[in-house]
Design a protein around this ligand. Structure first.
Ligand SMILES: [Zn+2]
Length: 337
């Protein structure tokens, strides 16, 4: 059983018996990560590695969400050739949104391992994260594990849910479009002046609970199919991705297909194309994306004998938002709801 980390902070309590909202659970996990890293860079050194956090997060999602979450795990050896650690789908059994997720832990000095190069595929992990995500219909994101909070920009905050932790520890886990990192790698490879620092990248990332929030704005609004929830999550996720594309588009890329190519790597690894809804923010609701057959098969599959994946990750986590209204415990985590 998981206990509150610091008894004095009511925000850190977690699901005693009933299922929390996804926002509440992600917020709690972010808070746990934030304090665990601070402890690890402080009195209880060393902090855990990225793999430990990933395993613990997937464990918590499975443990807390009951039948709403399905986790399919794969052989860890396959992961080393991929740009992603795991895949997350938020769905209502017919439509939904997938993320390819690569975790990066903040160092004590505020740096992240973004320049990781995979010799096997002659490319930056970042380029592969994007390349592979596009091949399987997912949004490529970095999941940053942070030990410092920051002042989120007002225009970014406007797009996010308002569920935060009083001690700002919800900044412990944040999502960053992989295109933001790709833009930075391009700038480095081509020696462009005025490069983006890691701290700046962290500051344009968004707390994951605030992007993936499954709580609705109006109390009592019924949404048995989870359509409104999915649309809200898609709107926020696409805003994150769109901002990444905008940054990438603003960088001079020369004649190169990708930062890997610019550094003598595989020219077949390209920056790709925008998969998202082309609509601008003026359109009130995004058009939901149909789940790929591959994901529909995973929903039906025996988790011990899952169908082979085209580009496997360590795990695929499938979170069902349908019929969420009746059973969500609004009091856990998102106390300001
Ligand atoms: Zn929320």
């Amino acid at each position: 059983m998981i206990m509150p980390l610091r008894p004095g902070l009511p925000e850190q309590t977690v699901w005693p018996g009933s299922r929390p909202s996804l926002c509440g659970l992600l917020k709690w996990m972010a808070s746990d990560t934030y304090h665990w890293l601070r402890d690890g860079y402080g009195p209880h050194t060393p902090p855990p590695g990225e793999e430990t956090f990933t395993d613990v997060h997937i464990r918590h999602l499975r443990q807390a969400m009951g039948s709403r979450v399905k986790v399919v795990q794969f052989n860890k050896e396959q992961e080393s050739f991929n740009g992603a650690d795991w895949e997350l789908w938020i769905h209502n059994r017919s439509h939904g949104l997938g993320f390819r997720i690569q975790a990066k832990k903040e160092s004590k000095e505020g740096q992240y391992g973004f320049r990781y190069w995979l010799d096997e595929r002659k490319a930056f992990q970042c380029d592969l994260l994007i390349h592979d995500a596009q091949a399987v219909g997912c949004i490529p994101v970095y999941l940053l594990y942070n030990h410092e909070a920051w002042a989120i920009r007002k225009d970014a905050a406007r797009l996010l849910c308002g569920h935060t932790a009083d001690d700002r520890s919800h900044y412990g886990c944040s999502l960053l479009s992989a295109h933001q990192v790709q833009a930075q790698l391009f700038s480095q490879a081509l020696g462009v002046r005025g490069r983006i620092s890691h701290v700046q990248l962290r500051e344009i990332s968004a707390p994951w609970n605030q992007v993936l929030c499954d709580l609705k704005g109006k109390a009592g609004a019924r949404d048995p199919r989870g359509t409104g929830t999915l649309q809200a999550i898609q709107r926020r996720a696409e805003a994150v991705e769109r901002a990444g594309w905008a940054t990438l588009s603003s960088v001079d890329r020369g004649e190169f297909a990708s930062p890997s190519h610019a550094c003598g790597g595989n020219p077949e690894v390209r920056v790709g194309t925008w998969l998202g809804d082309q609509a601008t923010e003026e359109r009130p609701e995004p058009v939901l994306r149909a789940l790929p057959d591959r994901v529909l098969r995973l929903l039906e599959a025996d988790p011990l004998r899952p169908p082979e994946q085209p580009i496997p990750t360590r795990a695929v986590v499938l979170y069902d938002v349908s019929d969420a209204e009746e059973t969500v415990n609004h009091l856990v985590g998102c106390v300001r709801y």
